[in-house]
Design a binder for this molecule. Structure first.
Ligand code: FAD
Length: 287
């Protein structure tokens, strides 16, 4: 099923991001966690694609398993890193043969062992290549509410997000952002330039104080004073910190739904307890 069908039917969607096991771990090491996450009935589950394509086969295997075993619709992430157009086409053939219908099209980042030459495509180019197959796939794209760290200006950032949508993408999935005011401003700016596609807001539950520095340096997300206060208060007590992080994320979700956001996309980090905690506190588990 294409995700567009789900968005047409549902007022509020809840989705999860999961990642496949690292190549050195057995594939079945994620089965328990995936089974548990699927039991919370997400509207779809997105499956990440390792930097530089390192987990490619496992990304698609896991997506297929989610679809066939648990009947949850998967959204497979792909990047164009280290690929040319013919190789991207092969990748799409693989996805098509497996019966997967939804793709999150990403540029990707320069891999640790690579150079800028490994990035041949912007995400909009990848959307165009996918759309050469007509409506065979539903395509989603990424965006950062606080602007992509490489964007020179806010205008450029918004212009290139709009370009991806104009090339045929039907959904925006956002980078994590801990400040609802910034997310609302981002949405308003997109609306002002004519974006009408749904926006799924990426929610990252912070379960450990040390996670935050890493997150912030990775994607440039601002850490609001409220979250800093939580880390200072609970940072040395793992269980209390996890609970406070879940509560913070749940409050964010409640605020976003009140603001009329259509989709909540939880970065589960393959930890069902975090997703369940947020759904419990927001009443979304019983939706
Ligand atoms: P683009 O949309 O291509 O944008 C990248 C930069 O280039 C931006 O500054 C943009 O403004 C600029 N730009 C875009 N088009 C043009 C143009 N035509 N001319 C000039 N400049 C342009 N990475 C992975 O490796 N695997 C994953 O599974 C993965 N999942 C992700 C999921 C989400 C929800 C998000 C938000 C990110 C994910 N990433 C993943 C990270 C992503 O690959 C990086 O954020 C990457 O730096 C940018 O990808 P993009 O698709 O947003 O790129």
């Amino acid at each position: 099923m294409k995700l567009s069908e789900i968005f047409e039917r549902k007022k509020t969607t809840v989705s999860f991001e999961v990642f496949p096991p690292k190549p050195n771990l057995p594939f079945d090491s994620v089965f328990e966690c995936i089974g548990e996450l699927c039991s919370y009935h997400p509207d779809y589950m997105s499956v990440t694609y390792g930097a530089g394509g390192s987990t490619r086969g496992r990304t698609f295997d896991l997506a297929q398993m989610i679809k066939t075993k648990y009947h949850v619709e998967p959204l497979v992430h792909i990047t164009g890193v280290k690929l040319d157009e013919a190789q991207l086409d092969e990748l799409l053939n693989d996805i098509e043969i497996r019966g997967l219908e939804n793709i999150l099209a990403l540029r990707g980042d320069v891999p640790q062992d690579g150079t800028i030459a490994d990035l041949r495509f912007h995400a909009s180019d990848i959307v165009k290549i996918i759309k050469k197959r007509g409506d065979r796939f539903f395509v989603a794209v990424a965006a950062c509410p606080e602007m992509h760290p490489e964007s020179k200006t806010l205008e450029d950032d918004l212009k290139y997000i709009k370009l991806k949508l104009d090339c045929g993408a039907g959904l925006i999935v956002t980078q994590m952002c801990f400040d609802n005011d910034l997310i609302c401003r981002f949405r308003d700016r997109l609306h002002a330039i004519g974006v009408t596609q749904p926006i799924d807001v990426g929610i990252m539950p912070v379960f450990a104080a040390k996670q935050v520095g890493r997150i912030s340096s990775m994607c440039g997300a601002t850490i609001p004073a409220g979250l800093i206060a939580i880390m200072e208060k609970y940072g040395s007590d793992a269980e209390a910190m996890e609970q406070a992080g879940i509560q913070f994320a749940a409050d964010q979700v409640t605020g976003l739904i009140e603001e009329g956001f259509h989709g909540i996309h939880i970065y589960t980090m393959n930890r069902p307890k975090l997703a369940k905690g947020i759904l419990d506190l927001t009443g979304l588990l019983a939706r």
